[in-house]
Design a protein around this ligand. Structure first.
Ligand code: SAM
Length: 338
């Protein structure tokens, strides 16, 4: 096999880059209300360093990158990074995962710089509940951001909803209805237990299997949608990610399900992650990481850096261990990027 691969012959062609560990929301399943330590700026990779890593990764076989965080849009001049990545010929897809608050402000310049599409995380359409989940009153900004991104052609804009029983599961049908009414592409994501050593408030990592009481499986979520009609399987709208797509017969938009817990998709995993401080993380749900920042800053050659990236890919575990009760312990999701 040519290109980057792991020991299980999975081709690795997708790099998720976290550009910051800071966020302008504090979602209850992602961050505690206060008191986490943030990286000082000097510890965060510069845009030049990120682009250098992306260039080497592209030489090895990466052709898709996604920017994430923290909240990527709070890092200054993100479109400059997008433009640097867009210059890398082998990278043909640059996307962004955001909470959408700043999208209205930045959509046009991001598009101009070469961003192809965005995913917006939105867990409630109800003002009070949005505030309860995110601890901020920013629903209107997010909705305006989604419309701005669609209007700019950052399509398809995918809306990602993390479903939590007893918190926002009563809105599953409302979200799905928007695939019919206004053509949204909505993806329902299973809640993952994360940061076992330091769980966010209100998000107990629960029993040994890590499945807590707020967890709702994709199967159950899908069943709830029966009231809207028959869901028919649909082709993926873009990419080859883990979502399974469906469509209501009369809908312009799609409904996707992402089930990292109930039906893991590790056998198809094509990802490496780069944290804001320059660690390569081969698996979202394992704490194993490989440092790139120190070699980058101490003058390692391109060949040495490529060797580190290749070795990181080669250290990917076959699958995550959630069902055996092993969850990622050290980092919060905001420190990895989802
Ligand atoms: N700030 C950006 C955003 O809101 O999309 C990017 C970073 S955020 C950590 C990336 C994604 O991870 C979001 O869609 C968020 O909902 C998801 N996420 C965070 N914690 C999660 C958890 N415990 N289970 C499932 N998804 C989670």
């Amino acid at each position: 096999m040519t290109g980057l691969s792991d020991p299980f012959n999975r081709p690795i062609n997708y790099l998720r880059i976290s550009v910051t560990d800071r966020c302008n929301l504090r979602c209850i399943y992602c961050l505690p209300p206060e008191g986490i330590s943030l990286l000082p700026h000097r510890e965060i990779l510069t845009y030049e360093e990120i682009a250098a890593v992306a260039r080497l990764a592209a030489e090895l076989g990466i052709n898709k990158v996604r920017l994430t965080g923290g909240e990527p849009l709070i890092r200054a001049k993100l479109s400059e990074l997008v433009a640097m990545l867009a210059e890398i010929e082998a990278i043909d897809d640059i996307s962004l995962t955001t909470n959408g608050i700043l999208l209205k402000q930045y959509s046009a310049e991001l598009k101009q710089a070469g961003l192809k599409r965005v995913n917006v995380s939105l867990d409630s359409l109800n003002r009070d509940k949005f505030k309860r989940i995110t601890r901020h009153e920013k629903l209107d900004e997010v909705l305006k951001g989604i419309e701005a991104a669609r209007a700019c052609g950052l399509n398809p804009v995918k809306i990602n909803m993390v479903v939590m029983r007893g918190i926002n599961d009563d809105e599953i049908v409302d979200f799905a209805k928007l695939t019919i009414d206004i053509g949204w592409h909505v993806r329902f994501i299973e809640l993952m237990p994360f940061a076992a050593d330091n769980p966010p408030e209100g998000h107990s990592t629960g029993d040994k299997t890590g499945i807590n009481t707020q967890f709702m499986s994709a199967k159950e979520i899908k069943k709830r949608l029966g009231s809207l009609g028959r869901l028919e399987p649909s082709h993926p709208i873009t990419g080859n990610g883990p979502a399974k797509y469906f469509r209501f017969p009369q809908a312009a938009g799609t409904v996707g399900f992402i089930s990292p817990v109930s039906q893991h998709f590790c056998f198809n995993c094509n990802r490496l992650r780069l944290t804001a401080e320059g660690k390569l993380r081969p698996c979202l749900l394992s704490d194993h990481e490989v440092d790139l920042r120190q070699p980058l800053r101490s003058g390692a050659s391109p060949e040495e850096l490529k060797k580190i990236i290749t070795e990181a890919a080669q250290s990917k575990p076959q699958k995550h261990q959630l069902t055996k009760g092993k969850v990622s312990g050290k980092r919060l999701m905001s420190q990895v990027g989802g």
